[in-house]
Design a protein around this ligand. Structure first.
Ligand code: ADP
Ligand code: MG
Length: 714
């Protein structure tokens, strides 16, 4: 028996393919047998040569009569022709391209099994074009042996291929392992029974070499369930570990809060109040809060988080308020200053902000000053800064808080898992609040983020107007520019988001991120030149892209915010989460290339002030599915509706970042299946309730551990 952890380099039959296997990230026997087919080709119809019709997908088996190599006269492509005769006495020609060595391989007299599509030549004869071939051993009397074929005469698995390693090669590598690998069942027996799943070993054979599509489907279901189940166990276990950790109980003076809320610049919405209340209750607990505050851009998440930090400060605890960029950190500093403006001097805690260029702090609405970095760190250590705002650099080594009670992470697209891990390493774990404007579909919420509690802000502050969204085909481009110009004349500002670069063969050959970034920059520069020189030579056009230095970016954003530019052309990768209430027009180029969730995010950059705002979805596409997506954006009532839509259409990569999660493909795929997600969650919950340490299932326990290490959702 072959252990699943055996490195592929230790097997004889894989030697020639090791570098290719590595390219597919396949390094152990487990990796390889878990490399599942993407689909199957049905070659199970074995037919005699006298009984073939063009267009059919068939297998014929016979003896090679002659083989000939030639070159196509136009392009010089190497062509090999073979003639095969079978028991019906009829003959058929088979043709291969670009494989001149077949002339030597397909020797006359050998028994061969050929699978492929029956084609019709210009001369009206049927032939097999580029069929898959497989030799069948002959008996001494010259008859073909009845053998189990691998590549022909059956349902044949097709795999994700790479240069130099075809599905046929992958079959050659996997087939000898099936039946030999140590396929010890690790799913609990009652689960197998309840769901009628095949045992591990059978399921492996069935998914690679099924007798029927139904059998393959059933096996795939088992493996999907298995990954989701591991995911659920991993997240639930993390939740349980957190529930055991110690955190400071932070008590809120409710009477004071009620009164102080009346002195904010605005009244909190119902959702904001409810969320704040949930946070207050969590913080009182002596186990750490792990809560996600979710709400549209501009729904007032920052205000809620700032109030939580204020309450912590009043109870004697410090807060770390982390934003993804310095621009946003600065903005939070300003927002909080305004929020606390009408509180009295002894009610306002010291609020500081740490940036690369230096730090500053305010101690009361009137008293603000710059600080040197070492001064800032000292104050933090002495507990003289109660609310510290910055990037995630705030919790890096060498920075210490006197009494950290609350960590807030804003807009961390993937929910700051790394930050959370850093915080968890502390003896007393601070309460943790993350904020996101990305609506997460319920299925993902239950699985990938199953360890988080969620507070939802479902309404926007009153007085905001609904953004008018329009799909704009090329014929409306000039009118759109005209409209934007008019709005600029009225004093408004405009965002232009440039297309995401997506090359046609991106799927097969992922472009390295640096090359991709360069392409993005080029597209922004081109768009900028066009707008600045040709379309709006009379207006001030600015540009923002990911290759700019942080200081440059900051300056561009600050200028735009201060109204020193009318139009900002930006890549999609740049964080434009900055609050510019005066911007009322959002133009999204090639909008059909973006996911709905992302479009929704972009649109949220406008409509943040009192002005009526507009979003133009530029598209040259006349593909029905793409236009339907854009229409969904126009019609959608809220972000969650769109997120569900996106999950169905584009899969979870849109939310989690494809290939970066460490989640196996099959898990990514299964996340689209709400029923299976629900079932796996129930099963995981039941199991952990009865046996929290998984003592009864040591094999399962070690799989969960390995799984948790492998995934890195951030
Ligand atoms: P988010 O963080 O959810 O994007 P912010 O907290 O930055 O939203 O709020 C966006 C803007 O709305 C800020 O200028 C903020 O001061 C303001 N705001 C927040 N809550 C309210 C409210 N209840 N009523 C009016 N304005 C609000
Ligand atoms: Mg925000």
């Amino acid at each position: 028996m072959l252990a699943l952890d055996t490195p592929l380099s230790a097997l004889p039959h894989t030697q020639r393919f090791l570098s290719k296997l590595k390219k597919l990230h396949l390094e152990t026997v487990r990796d390889l047998v878990y490399y599942f087919p993407v689909r199957y080709e049905d070659y199970s119809a074995v037919r005699t040569i006298d009984d073939l019709a063009p267009g059919e997908q068939v297998t014929v088996q016979g003896i090679i009569e002659e083989v000939e190599a030639r070159r196509a006269w136009r392009r010089g492509t190497a062509i090999v022709d073979a003639v095969i005769v079978d028991e019906s006495g009829a003959a058929i020609r088979a043709t291969w391209f670009n494989q001149p060595y077949l002339k030597e391989t397909l020797r006359p007299g050998r028994h061969v099994s050929l699978s492929g599509k029956v084609s019709l030549s210009e001369r009206g004869e049927v032939y097999l074009s580029h069929p898959t071939y497989e030799f069948i051993p002959s008996t001494s009397s010259g008859q073909a042996h009845a053998v189990q074929t691998k590549h022909t005469a059956r349902l044949v698995p097709i795999y994700g291929e790479t240069q130099g390693l075809t599905s046929k090669g992958i079959r050659f590598l996997i087939e000898p392992l099936i039946g030999r690998v140590e396929a010890t069942e690790w799913l609990p027996e009652p689960l197998l029974e309840k769901h009628a799943f095949a045992e591990m070993g059978d399921a492996l054979r069935a998914i690679h070499f099924p007798d029927s599509l139904e059998e393959a489907e059933a096996a795939r279901r088992r493996f999907s369930f298995e990954e989701l189940f591991l995911l659920q166990l991993a997240t639930l276990k993390q939740k349980m570990a957190l529930a055991r950790a110690n955190a400071p109980g932070i008590k809120t003076d409710i009477e004071w809060l009620k009164e102080a809320l009346g002195r904010l610049p605005f009244e909190l919405t119902q959702s904001q109040k409810k969320s704040l209340w949930e946070i207050i209750q969590d913080m009182e607990n002596t186990h750490p809060m792990n809560r996600l505050l979710q709400g549209d851009v501009g729904s007032g998440k920052t205000a809620v988080a700032a109030l939580a930090a204020l309450l912590a400060a009043r109870a004697g605890f410090q807060s770390a308020f982390m934003a993804p960029t310095e621009i946003l950190a600065r903005q939070h500093f300003e927002t909080i200053k305004k929020l606390f403006a009408r509180l009295s001097e002894d009610e306002v805690p010291a609020v500081g902000m740490l940036a690369a260029g230096g730090a500053k702090a305010f101690y009361s609405p009137e008293l603000e000053g710059d600080l040197k970095r070492p001064e800032f760190l000292e104050k933090l250590e002495r507990g003289e800064i109660a609310i510290a705002i910055g990037t995630h650099a705030l919790i890096q080594k060498g920075i210490s808080f006197k009494k950290l009670g609350l960590a807030i992470v804003d807009e961390q697209h993937r929910f700051g898992v790394r930050q959370r891990a850093a915080l968890l390493a502390r003896k007393t774990v601070p309460h943790y609040l993350s904020m996101s404007a990305t609506p997460i579909p319920r299925t993902l919420m239950l699985s990938v983020f199953g360890d988080l509690d969620v507070s939802l802000i479902t309404e926007l502050p009153s007085g905001r107007k609904k953004i008018i969204t329009k799909i704009a085909p090329p014929s409306e481009r000039q009118a759109t520019y005209g409209f934007a110009r008019e709005k600029v004349r009225e004093g408004r500002q405009v965002f232009v988001i440039c297309p995401r670069i997506e090359l046609p063969d991106e799927k097969e050959k992922p472009l390295d991120p640096r090359a991709l970034a360069m392409l993005e920059v080029r597209s922004v520069k081109e768009e900028y030149e066009k707008l600045a020189k040709k379309v709006f030579p009379d207006l001030k056009v600015a540009m923002l892209h990911g290759k700019m230095k942080p200081a440059e970016k900051e300056k561009v954003m600050a200028d735009f915010k201060a109204g020193r530019a009318d139009i900002l052309v930006s890549t999609s990768v740049v964080e434009v989460g900055v609050d510019v209430p005066n911007a009322s027009i959002m133009i999204i180029e090639d909008s059909d290339r973006f996911g709905l969730a992302q479009l929704y995010q972009f649109r949220g950059r406008v409509g943040r002030g009192e002005h009526q705002s507009y979003c133009f979805l530029m598209t040259a596409s006349d593909k029905k599915t793409e236009n339907e997506r854009l229409k969904a954006l126009v019609a959608a009532k809220n972000g969650f509706e769109l997120a569900e839509h996106d999950l169905r259409l584009r899969g979870p990569g849109e939310f989690l970042g494809e290939s970066q999660t460490g989640l196996p493909d099959i898990a990514m795929e299964s996340l689209r299946n709400p029923v299976l997600v629900e079932e796996s969650r129930m099963a995981a919950k039941e199991l952990l309730a009865a046996d929290p340490a998984l003592k009864k299932y040591p094999l399962l326990a070690s799989r969960v551990e390995g799984f948790a290490k492998k995934i890195h959702l951030e």
